[in-house]
Design a binder for this molecule. Structure first.
Ligand SMILES: [Zn+2]
Length: 303
């Protein structure tokens, strides 16, 4: 699934291709991809020019002439690419924008989970779905609001970060990377994060997302940022997708659990669950070796 760095990469690849191109016509090949009436969408877009493309969280925003806006979410497998007018469409093409330079901007979506919605410059940021989003991580300079918001919920920190309401940009790949680098167990209740924890989460989010954007994002399964361009960040993933392997830091076996239904890999040593200490009783007869076992635990730093 494309996350913030992938969407940023798509934006950067698409913009020079379609900027200032006039849309001569639109074909909607899968109705469910477009919110509202098909005819209404076609009329809304036809004849406008693409002035700019921006990103907010994982949404791509097409800024058209006449103050019109299209909000596009790629969900699982949506992707944009450019073809010459005489090139054949893929069988997964769902929406096709015919441009004024003998090219077409195609939107492919294998499972058609992606969505496009019509909006306008005056209201797109202050109406759903964008109104519900937290700030961009790169804009955060003070973590106090995160600490205060976090105090209100016992939900696991991973679930809170995935909701995009505290701040945007961490999907299932990067949230595991950020929590690993921050040394936080993914099930830690959000309310237990200190100001220092939040400082760390935000700092690592910024650096990991920045590095991922610089590498063109992560190519995972069907996602590719543009024609003939592959994201290279997967080579830098330190925890995501490493189920069954050893931790790159402490060499212990990584663990895999589900958090809010999402597959989660973490290191039980580097990401200790600080707020639910493990209690182990050592029982046995006199001289059975209880003290020896206790010594071993103490030497290993467990008590
Ligand atoms: Zn480790």
């Amino acid at each position: 699934m494309p996350e913030l760095p992938e969407v940023e990469t798509i934006k950067n690849v698409l913009l020079p291709i379609v900027k200032n191109r006039k849309i001569l016509g639109v074909e909607i090949l899968r109705k469910s991809v477009v919110y509202g009436l098909k005819e209404e969408f076609i009329e809304f877009v036809t004849g406008t020019s693409i002035l700019n493309i921006t990103r907010r969280g994982k949404f791509l925003i097409f800024h058209l002439s006449e103050q019109k806006v299209i909000i596009s979410h790629l969900r699982m497998e949506g992707k944009y690419y450019e073809l010459a007018e005489n090139e054949a469409l893929s069988k997964y093409a769902r929406v096709v924008f015919h441009l004024d330079n003998q090219t077409k901007l195609c939107y492919d979506d294998l499972r058609s989970f992606g969505r496009m919605a019509m909006s306008d410059e005056a209201s797109y940021l202050t109406s759903k779905p964008l109104i519900d989003l937290g700030p961009e991580p790169f804009d955060i300079t003070d973590v106090n609001f995160l600490y205060k918001q976090g105090q209100k919920t016992k939900r696991p920190i991973k679930t809170s970060l995935l909701s995009q309401k505290l701040f945007v940009g961490l999907g299932n790949i990067y949230v595991d990377e950020v929590l690993f680098k921050s040394g936080l167990h993914p099930l830690t209740p959000t309310k237990y994060l200190s100001i220092d924890d939040w400082e760390m989460v935000v700092a690592h989010s910024k650096s990991i997302l920045k590095d991922a954007i610089a590498s063109g994002g992560t190519t995972v399964k069907s996602y590719r940022p543009g024609k003939d361009i592959s994201g290279n960040f997967q080579t830098q993933l330190r925890i995501y997708g490493r189920r069954g392997q050893k931790c790159v830091v402490c060499h212990r076996n990584l663990r895999f659990i589900k958090v809010g239904g999402r597959g989660t890999t973490f290191c039980p040593q580097c990401q200790l669950h600080a707020h639910s200490p493990l209690k182990i009783a050592i029982v046995g007869k006199i001289a059975a070796g209880k003290s020896t076992v206790l010594d071993i635990f103490m030497q290993a730093g467990y008590c």
